[in-house]
Design a protein around this ligand. Structure first.
Ligand SMILES: CC(C)(COP(=O)(O)OP(=O)(O)OC[C@H]1O[C@@H](n2cnc3c(N)ncnc32)[C@H](O)[C@@H]1OP(=O)(O)O)[C@@H](O)C(=O)NCCC(=O)NCCS
Length: 200
């Protein structure tokens, strides 16, 4: 799964109350430093706070994702504005998830499912999440970071280019299980490119 567009706002009542309270005065564009933003790896105690935000892969539970994190396979990173979880990303520490990409680019950690919920976008939170994951990778001795982005996701592609990511694999299909319109399991495939950044 490369890109997720969360439709969680409908049942995200805490966020709605927060936004109603703050009206339009908060979160000036591009002024991440003006908001109380915290980014950290989550743990079991955060489960109820982030369960409506973090989307696990189809067929997997958040508990299973946390188990992978405890085994050192992945990290789940969440951005909080005050007490509101507003963005997240996974990192795979054992190389790119796609077997074809992994065979060509082994040992490069990959971040995936990067998402900032709509009212919080364009305030630098996505960039701050990426920055946090890059620093974490550097601290673990990695010299590169990678990601897969769908060919159709031009804005995210622009953001990654802006942050120094370069095309390493032009085309591959990100295949993942999901449900069709009638609720039956199927395999979807997005045409993606894999991008890599050298972490200096
Ligand atoms: C991509 C995403 C995580 C960026 O988060 P963000 O907090 O808005 O990022 P920043 O504020 O640091 O940077 C904003 C830039 O991201 C880019 N961007 C990518 N997708 C965007 C979107 N759907 N809406 C707004 N900006 C988007 C734009 O280039 C934007 O620059 P601009 O403000 O000059 O237009 C966020 O837009 C999102 O969750 N999109 C939907 C999910 C997705 O496509 N994830 C990427 C998977 S590969």
């Amino acid at each position: 799964m490369t890109c997720l567009e969360p439709s969680i706002l409908g049942n995200f009542s805490k966020l709605q109350r927060y936004l109603a309270f703050k009206k339009h005065q908060i979160l000036p564009r591009r002024h991440c430093s003006a908001i109380n933003l915290k980014i950290r790896q989550i743990n079991e105690t955060d489960t109820s706070a982030i369960k409506d935000l973090v989307r696990s892969s189809y067929g997997r539970t958040l508990a299973e994702e946390l188990e992978d994190q405890n085994r050192g396979l992945t990290s789940i990173i969440v951005a909080w504005v005050d007490t509101i979880p507003c963005g997240y990303s996974f990192v795979s520490w054992k190389g790119p998830r796609d077997p074809e990409v992994r065979s060509k680019l082994p040992n490069i950690p990959e971040f995936y499912c990067l998402t900032v919920i709509e009212p919080f976008r364009c305030r630098g939170i996505g960039t701050a999440l990426i920055d946090f994951m890059e620093k974490t990778a550097r601290n673990q001795g990695f010299t590169q970071m990678g990601l897969g982005v769908a060919h159709t996701n031009l804005r995210a592609h622009t953001l990654y280019q802006h942050l120094g990511y370069k095309e390493a694999i032009e085309e591959y299909y990100d295949r993942y299980p999901c449900l069709d319109e009638t609720g039956h399991p199927k395999e979807a495939a997005d045409l993606c490119r894999f991008m890599v950044k050298n972490l200096d």
